[in-house]
Design a protein around this ligand. Sequence first.
Ligand code: GDP
Ligand code: MG
Length: 597
Amino acid sequence: MEQKLIRNFSIVAHIDHGKSTLADQIMKMTDTYDFRNHQEQVLDDMKVEQDHGVTVRSKTVRNIYHAKDGNQYELNLIDTPGHVDFHYEVEKSLSASDGVILLVDATKGVQAQTVANYRIAKDNHLVIIPVINKVDNQNAQVDMCEQQLYELDESFLEKDIIHISAKTGYHVDEVLEAIVKEIPSPNGDVKQPLKALVFDSHYDAYQGVVAYVRIIDGQVNTNDKLVFMNQNVRFEGNQIGIFNPQLVPQDQLNPGDIGYIITGIKDPSEVRVGDTITKSANRAQEAVAGYQPASAVVFAGIYPKDADFKDLSSAMAKLKLNDSSIEMVEHVSESLGMGYRCGFLGMFHLQIVRERLVNDFGMEVIVTAPNVNYRYTTTKDDNFKTINNPSDLPDFADLKVVEEPINQMIIETPSDSVNDIMALVTKHRGVLLNMDNHNQMVRLTYHVPLAEIAFNFFNQLKSISHGFATYDSSFDSYQPSDIVKITIDVNYSSVEELTFLTHRQNAFDLAQEIVHQLKYVIPRRLYPMPVQGYIEGRVVARVDVPPLRKNAAVSEDAKSVSKKQALLRRQSLNKRKSAADAVQLPQSVFDAILNIE
Ligand code: GDP
Ligand code: MG
């Protein structure tokens, strides 16, 4: 299709505001996809998915729309991931679009991810079409939503904000017309060398990595010899095509087109979202700007519970095929055996991986208490080294500077919770950058250490604001910080998985808390076991894990003195023998630690 008849757009919204419902409605109202006639095909696709173990996450789809001006347009809806952990992917899928529909739930109003997505769209210079959804709901507060949108962006005052019901289809035709009228058509140059931006990908067991692309300039044809410019990986485009939403092969993709390229590449880590594909014979001068592979921010150990390391290993390898953002290296733990030290894009990502291990692979695992990464210099070396395992931090005497990751966080909250929320964020070492009032809602912008918000913070925020506050957060920078290491001894030997890094201000309380939590979750033995917490070589906390049962020496059964003595001798022998055994660390140990506030 001619470029002037193409529109590339995304829908962005806070979670549950109706993005998927609107996407389905748009598909129904255009000539994309006749559900009745294609039912068999859909079922086929699902079977293929099951057999291949492929999950086609993306809902990217080409819609054909007969506009009121009499022209037939190609409206490419580009799917974006729906969670804050995936900021980088959202940015990349938006950079493949020329405009966005900013969807707001009329019963909820503007929420934190509405604001975050708005800002990403604005930074990418995209046309923004504000739309209020769920106006069929009796709790809809359309006027409030309009006010909030005007406060977000004054230029919305010049538009007629469209009120829709994605569910019933009411006024969705106006959204389609607005897409055609307001979003610019692509303006790529077909005579330039090929430049295709990779905005998503999936792995197919037979075909290898399938890259989802927007053609910026040039053309790609089946069997072209291609190369990923940043990763410098060569391949042949075995098959190219478009999304309908299933993959439909084509001979050629042209500037402005949204489509896929089957790369045949079997190692998913070679294909990164944000990379640029060009032809190896006629290379583009430079790649699309802003390439930086999504990086892990939360780290934890994963160990098999009752299964073999071999089973875990094969499950993890399969997971990694469809989610190349999981980082993993083998790690041997004294207490947990062979396993992996893994990196995730956030806590939500970690949770998904854990669930998939159970649901898709039947793998019960032990996940250790997560931590963020840190970097440091020493008195001997001024180059920063980054660590993601707390026990890798050198002794405090050798350290010069330690830095921790700082996030920028946006919180949207009703004004009556503001004071409590500010107290909460301050307690978590947040620094307030900005505060805006608008229509009984307050928007707070903070710099806050990632370690303080990565784990439990969101639950606290929800409970303080009675469920009304929303937040969004993304990495800002590394900043120097007074970080200290807490180590834990159980029965006089140090347990690597229970080493923590934290700010000095929290260290003493945290050490106390951990040690007390452990008292009830470390499996008991026949004798009491001391648990001790150390900071910079000093013991700061201690409890004794109570013995499994009463000391035999004082039990009623031991009648004579000699029997008593024999028992005591046996006990003390056992004690020495089992002191050498590594302490058992069940999942409850790490769950207890995660619940510390
Ligand atoms: P997403 O998380 O943004 O993709 O949101 P969904 O499309 O999954 O919608 C979230 C919930 O809102 C679902 O229960 C939908 O049925 C409901 N919903 C979406 N659009 C409308 C609408 O226009 N009216 C009403 N009443 N409910 C809607
Ligand atoms: Mg959805």
